[in-house]
Design a protein around this ligand. Structure first.
Ligand code: PHE
Length: 339
């Protein structure tokens, strides 16, 4: 019997595995309730008195060896788990992080902002959920004014009146309410109109509107600013101003840029004229200044507004506005190099 225990001691001390399941099997075989050690203990009473001491020592030895072995193997298994990198080449250069690209609308918006920033315009922002005063009434569009229909509006609530802003002119009202001239500000942001979604229009889009108020501001200042802007953005300053109507400006104009007729696409997008409309503008109506507590006898100014999508579509030759909102990585990754 003692010889058998000695054999087990040898077995246990030479046992080796790197498989956690095997190790568990070993533990159960030796230390489990029905394992070797408890069965040797159970047989203790059958052992001759003369051998009892030696027998007891042998079992204790087996127990100690088994425990030590278990500890040892557990440690080396854990060490292996934690050193998964051990076989890797740590000098190898890391793989590059895949860089994303900026959205074309952000790219164009920032270009426009930069151009005006250079000539002293600051940036103003405001809420997308607006009230009637800032979106319409203060802009010389009192209730029931027919020109309200020019921009199909998403109304949210009647009382208090809340709506989704139809243009960022509302931000300019807020800016004038809180600042006295001289004012030079541009307001980029998302706007909403209740229009059918098609290749050319969407129920929301982005605008940049500009406002310049000071003493003696004239239409010539507006025109010169537009020439500077179109030269910077399109590399082309051939523009024309067509008389138009906006309730908040008087006189008002629409700005066309000469796009040229060099390709079939040019013929199509300019309807054969070579000219493309890019924005609306005009001299701020004195009523609007008065609504914002700015003395219209002392100050005058100009305003303009453009859609970012429209300009992005022209510059990047995008045929369908909807692709701008689909977040298709195949489309977006094409803008990696345009900052
Ligand atoms: N607010 C006008 C629009 O959204 C654009 C505009 C701004 C026109 C300023 C003239 C002056 O269509």
């Amino acid at each position: 019997m003692i010889a058998e225990i000695q054999k087990r001691i040898k077995e246990a001390s030479t046992f080796i595995t790197n498989d956690p399941k095997e190790l568990e099997k070993f533990r159960i075989e030796y230390l489990g309730k029905k394992g070797h050690i408890s069965s040797y203990f159970a047989q203790f009473k059958k052992v001759n008195v003369s051998e009892k001491k030696e027998y007891g020592l042998a079992i204790n030895e087996l127990k100690k060896v088994t425990h030590l072995k278990l500890e040892d193997l557990k440690k080396s298994l854990n060490a292996k788990k934690n050193s998964k990198t051990a076989n890797k080449d740590l000098t190898r250069p890391a793989s590059m992080l895949e860089l994303g690209s900026r959205h074309p609308i952000s790219i164009i918006r920032d270009k426009i902002i930069d151009i005006f920033y250079k000539i002293g315009f600051n940036i103003s922002e405001g809420p997308e959920i607006e009230d009637d005063w800032h979106n319409f009434t203060a802009l010389n569009l009192p209730e029931h004014h027919p020109a309200r229909d020019m921009q199909d509006t998403f109304f949210i609530n009647k009382n208090p009146d809340l709506l989704l802003r139809t243009h960022t002119s509302s931000v300019q009202i807020r800016h004038m309410e809180n600042n006295q001239p001289p004012i030079r500000t541009i307001s980029p942001g998302r706007v909403y109109r209740n229009e059918d979604i098609s290749a050319r229009s969407h129920c929301f889009f982005h605008q940049v509107e500009g406002l310049y108020i000071d003493k003696n501001v004239s239409f010539a200042d507006l025109k010169q600013t537009l020439i500077y802007f179109t030269k910077e953005l399109f590399g082309n300053s051939k523009i024309r101003l067509r008389p138009s109507y906006f309730p908040f400006t008087e006189p008002s104009a629409e700005v066309d840029i000469y796009w040229g007729l060099n390709s079939e696409t040019d013929y199509r997008i300019t309807k054969g004229t070579g000219w493309l409309e890019i924005m609306g503008c005009g001299m701020v109506d004195p009523n609007v200044l008065e609504n914002c507590n700015i003395d219209s006898n002392e100050y005058s100014g100009f305003a303009f507004g453009m859609g970012i999508e429209r300009i992005a579509m022209l510059l990047y030759q995008i045929e369908d506005i909807r692709i701008l909102y689909q977040n298709d990585a195949r489309f977006l990754s094409q803008f990696k190099n345009s900052i």
